[in-house]
Ligand binder design. Structure first.
Ligand SMILES: [Zn+2]
Ligand SMILES: [Zn+2]
Length: 263
């Protein structure tokens, strides 16, 4: 069988031949998502630290004059660290101990398979989290016990993304792990989805609506992006979907309203 000419084949061959043992480890997806989280938070943190001293950037702040303080950043980093040490790391070690290393297929996915797989995973997660999120806002006990921690800040900033309770992190982690398997995605597609998912989640909370926001790059208001999720933190009974906007429009929970006039 000749390998079909996927544009991703050279990249896949390189990874497969030179980094096989790293990539096959069950720890790899965990290391990938944790490290991409901090790397992707960093540029936004720099924007926050610079604040008004960097007017070209500051003009895109969704809620001006509501920059995070150092204490807020430290608190969120602490929650994330606690979750990683007590939940993510043990789960990863358990997987590492009980699951055999995954085999790497010879063939790379086509670019279309990769993009389609990432989009499919985002859509599926969007639906699952929408239901979870709606429930955790409508049932008082669920809200107070599990989700309130994520709403400590009404002006979100990058590190608030993973300022989550343990139960929420476990649920989110379960879906992002199991969905690519259910959708029969290639490993490269799975990893691309994980990094994309971290990127859009951080962007949702970054507090800035840049010209390159996903909601601006993806036309017709299909994608919610940072402006919509920022509204969820201002008005918690709206915009429950994490990624796209169709579910909130369908269920009448969509809101463009912001305390701040959109630029
Ligand atoms: Zn949020
Ligand atoms: Zn919420």
């Amino acid at each position: 069988v000749t390998l079909q000419g996927s544009v991703l084949q050279p990249l896949w061959d390189y990874l497969r031949l030179h980094h096989s043992s790293t990539l096959r480890s069950p720890l790899f997806p965990v290391i990938l998502s944790v490290s991409s989280y901090f790397v992707l938070c960093l540029p936004y943190l720099l924007c926050d630290v610079a604040g008004k001293k960097w007017p070209a950037i500051y003009r895109y702040k969704i809620q001006p004059d509501r920059l995070p303080t150092f204490t807020m950043m430290l608190r969120c980093a602490g929650v994330t660290l606690r979750n990683n040490v007590f939940l993510v790391f043990p789960a990863a070690v358990a997987q590492w101990a009980w699951r055999p290393p995954v085999p790497l297929p010879e063939q790379a996915p086509t670019l279309l398979e990769l993009v389609g797989g990432v989009a499919g995973n985002l859509l599926l997660f969007d639906l699952q989290y929408f239901i979870w999120h709606l429930l955790h806002h409508r049932v008082r006990w669920l809200y107070v016990t599990f989700h309130a921690i994520h709403h400590e800040y009404s002006a979100p900033f990058s590190l608030a993304t993973q300022c989550l309770g343990g139960w929420e992190l476990v649920t989110v982690g379960f879906w992002t792990t199991i969905n690519p398997v259910l959708l029969r995605c290639h490993l490269l597609t799975t990893w691309a989805f994980m990094v994309t998912h971290v990127y859009v989640s951080v962007e949702d909370h970054c507090g800035y609506d840049f010209p390159w926001s996903t909601s601006r790059l993806i036309p017709f208001g299909v994608y919610g992006g940072p402006s919509k999720h920022d509204v969820h933190h201002q008005k918690p009974n709206t915009n429950f979907a994490p990624h796209f906007s169709h579910l909130d429009k369908l269920f009448g929970t969509h809101s463009d309203f912001s305390f701040i006039k959109t630029k």
